[in-house]
Design a protein around this ligand. Structure first.
Ligand SMILES: CC(C)(COP(=O)(O)OP(=O)(O)OC[C@H]1O[C@@H](n2cnc3c(N)ncnc32)[C@H](O)[C@@H]1OP(=O)(O)O)[C@@H](O)C(=O)NCCC(=O)NCCS
Length: 150
């Protein structure tokens, strides 16, 4: 399996198989071509002979935060360490572009994502109204670098 910079064709492919990555949740509107076009080096695809096993869409903000907008692994690859591998590869790419810390968000209902990010050493803070009035989000943060073995 290779971790490669994501292409617009990859984005189209994962959108075609959206349910394999996100189940019943419809996050298609968050898959913005502009992010892959402008931040191609920090958008990553895990590609194997059987297709795209997982992907991540991220970028580095002007305040040196490596922000991951989307991360998902395919339903048949969960729990194999791929999510951790994608975050680690992103951390390396983001650090090379000046990032000093990492951030992501999720909805409070996404308990799997919260457990996953805690396993990777992120703090998890529920912020009321983060996404507008009455729309809280769990904000994950951690410093860089990832330590050896992480
Ligand atoms: C969240 C997601 C990306 C995790 O990917 P993954 O490939 O299964 O994760 P990994 O196998 O790399 O797991 C890394 C660690 O997180 C833990 N973890 C992952 N998912 C977990 C879950 N649902 N519950 C508890 N722990 C979990 C693993 O046990 C592992 O811990 P360890 O390394 O200490 O043993 C994947 O479940 C997914 O794509 N979910 C649907 C999309 C989604 O919700 N994305 C997150 C949006 S913010």
């Amino acid at each position: 399996m290779d971790i490669l910079p994501a292409t617009v064709a990859d984005l189209r492919q994962v959108l075609a198989d959206h349910h394999r990555y996100w189940g019943e949740r419809d996050l298609r509107a968050l898959h913005l071509t502009a992010l892959v076009q402008e931040f191609g080096d920090t958008c990553l695809t895990a590609r194997a002979a059987d297709g795209i096993r997982g992907y991540l869409v991220g970028f580095v903000t002007p305040d040196a935060t490596g922000y991951v907008h989307l991360i998902a692994t395919r339903d048949d690859t969960r729990g194999t360490g791929l999510g951790r591998t994608l975050w680690t590869a992103f951390a390396t790419a983001a650090q090379a572009r000046g990032a000093r810390r990492l951030k992501a968000i999720t909805s409070p209902a996404n308990t799997g994502s919260i457990a996953f990010h805690r396993s990777l050493g992120f703090t998890a803070e529920t912020v009321p109204d983060y996404d507008g009035q009455g729309v809280p989000r769990v904000v994950f943060r951690r410093e860089l670098p990832f330590g050896a073995g992480e």
